[in-house]
Design a protein around this ligand. Sequence first.
Ligand code: SF4
Length: 353
Amino acid sequence: MQKTPKKDKEVIKVIIREYQKNTLPWYIGYSGGKDSSSMLKLVFNALKQVDSFHKPITVLYCDTGVENPIVTTYVYETFDKLKSECEELNIPLIFKIVKPKLEDRFFVKVIGRGYPTPTNIFRWCTDKLRINPVKQLIDKNEKAVILLGVRSSESEQRDRTISKHRTDNEYYLKQSGSSKNIIFSPIINHALEDVWLTLRYNELPKSIDFNQIRTIYQDAESECPVYRESKGSSCGNSRFGCWTCTVVRKDKSMGNMIENGYSELKELYAFRNWIAEFRDNTKYRCSYRRNGVKGLGPITLEGRKIILEKLLNTEQLSGLNLISKDEINRIYELWEVDKTNLNYQENALQHRV
Ligand code: SF4
């Protein structure tokens, strides 16, 4: 018989206490990664000990459309299994998947508008792809509690960010830029090994499987934030981030996954490495910025056409669905707009697509 670790028992008590405290709805930020999975396990076990449920608890996953396909498949399957398990055990968790609006999708921005793929300096993606879709849903409430699997021992950078947002209650953090919602982080005091113990020694829910997470998650990496402002550490080297991420020069985790047998990622990895170089090729950059000022501007129409061709080719080679019809149609519309934009006329005439 597996035994719930002592630290987890204490956290479960905290979760029950906080749940019963008021009627504010709860939203659980879930990425499929180790931290949010262990938090979800603890919330599930806390709810098992509660007699009456007086407020909704929603588990939220943001599918950016460019998630690592191995992880997305795992999360969708886990969601399905969790739904059945919750029904069986009368745990009233609601599961919701949100997506960025069409205009904000990764390829609409890069291929449609000519955004260079994200860098540490120009990291336009986190808000658009991850934070806004979650925020839009949560902000429909007057006030809500957001449960995040953040831990103070995760990294020095994360620790500094957490210190800035501390409240009187050690488990709560203020949300930057808004006083409306509050962040509740039940595993804030969990060290890395505690997280793995939580995953391993809490039998329920069975749908969150220690071995399965362990297999796709061999090293400890950071996760892209699901709710907080995007000032924290980069999520670019995480298995639980975008396969297109160019914030880091080298995506070690995808390379490792390929070595470990996920050969379907090969083509995606090659595309990512190619676009990271292509982004910096000034031959394919407009000489005016979007604000009309002379300087390194968006990727030219010719460059965008090359990227789309390469992406469609990657899609064919990998057999994976990498871009939707809606996104392609929107990209064509945006190209038409740029062809007639005076700021881009020089490029449009030179690089008509
Ligand atoms: S994983 Fe990379 S590309 Fe995706 S949102 Fe995070 S920083 Fe941006």
